[in-house]
Design a protein around this ligand. Sequence first.
Ligand code: 6GU
Length: 248
Amino acid sequence: MRFDIVTIFPGMVEAGLAEGVVGRARGRGVLDIAVHNLRDFTTDRHHVVDDVPFGGGPGMVMKPEPFFAAMDAIIARRGQPGAVVLLTPAGRRFTQVEARRLAGLGHVVALCGRYEGVDERVRERWATDEVSIGDYVLSGGERPALVLVDAVARLVPGVVGDDQSVEADSFGRGLLDYPHYTRPAVFAGMAVPEVLTSGHHGEIRRWRRQQALRRTLERRPELLETAELDDEERRWLHEWAGTGERPE
Ligand code: 6GU
């Protein structure tokens, strides 16, 4: 999987890619990620990337020319991408569904804007997608681009060591994850739920499915509208709704 990230803070982006699952996959060559300094695509002596907004008002706007030059260079050197994503708080919310779609495209370019804005002609000419990572304000698209790369990269075969853990992840089936425990069996006066030490694998699977469902119902009930549930899970929901009860 290939990523190109265009930013005025290449050091921040490189630092975010250096360690962990993404850093190792990059080291193995499973991920080919290039970080491009937007200032390298300016032609003036001072490498200026922003200017005052037409029509007035506060803040600065990122100039279009460096983005256009960066995109021309990326296409020439790295090939035609499957998507060009502009990271902006005005974009559509990034979801696991979007991550899956982008992972299937093989080559994604991320354009990091600053909060005040990017000249609209960049979006018009280049952006196939405009993405926000949530309803809060960040000072730039760099951290959102790192979020996007991480979420997409995890879905690329060979990036995460254990394919099963990707499957089981929160949102793998559209549900929140179940609680996890490791040794010691009693710690700080708190015991691990007995079922997990029982060795009854069928009971353990059932408990985990119930816990995942319960958490989702309590914390993110709207996810249940699109989650992939089987008949038994639907029955549990029905029972809990009927009695006001919750499983242990
Ligand atoms: Cl993509 N950019 C900025 N500046 N703020 C954000 C965001 C993006 N997503 C959530 N907040």
